[in-house]
Structures are given as C-alpha cells and as structure tokens.
Design a binder for this molecule. Sequence first.
Ligand SMILES: *[C@@H]1O[C@H](CO)[C@@H](O)[C@H](O)[C@H]1NC(C)=O
Length: 250
Amino acid sequence: MATRVFLAAVSLAASFSGVLAEDLEWCGDAQYYPAEYTCFDDSTLCPILFGLPNRPCGGGCYAPEMYQCESGSLSLLPEEDGPFKLTTHSTVTKVSGWELKACGNYLAIGAGARECNSCPEGAACDEYQNETVFLPNGEMAADLPGGQYWYVSPEDGALMFTEGGDEAEAGIALAGQRVEVYSDGFFSYQGSRHYWLACLRRLPGGTVGTTRSYRIHAPTPENLEKEDCSQIKLVASSVADRKHGAYKYD
Ligand SMILES: *[C@@H]1O[C@H](CO)[C@@H](O)[C@H](O)[C@H]1NC(C)=O
C-alpha cells in the first residue's frame, strides 16, 4: 500500500515537471509561455490578452478586435453597422466564452442566465430566432412598437435594456451612449480601455443561486471595488438579419 502511494506521487510529480518544461518555448532567442504569447516568424512575440491573441504589425502588436493592419500601419476597424451578438472573453474561464442573454432588463452570462422573450398571438412569431441581438444605435433587435433599447445604467453601471412599449422610459435617452462598437470587434465602454466587469449575481439576502449568472457592468470606480467581479472583454459578431432577435425581450 505504501509503495503504491509513493509511485502515484512520483508519477504525478513527473507529469507536472513535464508540463512545465513543455510550456516554455523559444521564439528566436527569447523564451515564452504559449498561453501568454504567440510567436510570429520566429521573431515577434505578441501578447494574448483576455484570451484574445494580438497580432504583429509594423514591428508592434495590435488587437484585431479594434484595428486592421495594412502594409505595416494600423487603422481603426470600421464601426459595426448591422445587428450583432456579444460574446465574453476573459482569462477567468468561468466568465469566458458566453453569449450575452437578455432577461428581466439585464444582460447576463453564465449557466444561470436566461434568455427571456415573447411574441403576441397574431404576430409573425415564427420569423424570430429569439437570440439576444443588438443594433449599433442603442436599439435591441426587437419589433415591439416603440422599440427596446440597451444602455448603461447611470446608477450602478449595469448593462441593461428597456422594457419597451413606454416611450417615456428612462433608459431610452441613454440608449447606446458611451459605447463604441467596432465591426466584428470590441463593444467598448468609453474610457475603460475596452473592458467590462462580469459580476456574480446574488439573490436577495446575499446568497449565490445554485446556477450562477453574472451581470455585465461598466468598470466604474465603485464597481472596480466590488468582490465577485471579473474583467472581461465583449466582442461583437455580426448576424445577417435582425430577425435573429426577438419580437420582445422580457
Ligand atoms: C421564438 O419565440 C416565439 C414565442 O415567443 C415562438 O413563437 C417562435 O416559434 C420562436 N422561434 C423559434 C425559432 O423557436
């Protein structure tokens, strides 16, 4: 029995050191961790930030979610001009790789985040894919008369959407404000260096639900102090048709 335990410990140690030795690679005469950098032409190392690899251009590195490189010089990507979905990217795996879902006026991610929508009898409901789709001007891809709008709450920086149907709703005046959307690129809050926070949602009383969901918040000074928030980037991906959205987001 004692021998068995010893052997298991040895092989565990061996596989750990094996992983570490493999991890460090050469790029020209520099060593790097492939989880953190990409080596181009055996000479240029570019960082992987928020899980998104930067690319080389004219001797430097750039985020292809924001710039394009032509003959060694960078220019900003065009702004998104059609319907799009949003996906999270982060080094924190539990909040990375999720599509934003609209439910109950909030945009959220995670196993516990629901997509909530409806369609009245008599409307062409089968046309809708019922995904959470945004438009660049601050509108949600919804067909409810009067529309629905996405905005950053002035109270706590949460990314929210309006109920719809009431033209006097507070969020309408703030629709799309302070956010830039690059074509198949960053969905970016002004002045935030293009990142957001995914904050674990707590139930009334402060406990965490059994299936977790995270709301998206702008990185205001107050939100940066909060526990249970992880830095994420939001990347837009174009969809062909606003009918990928819903009649109404609930
Ligand atoms: C979208 O939801 C509506 C009801 O809200 C439903 O009638 C319609 O069939 C759904 N579309 C798809 C593709 O499931």
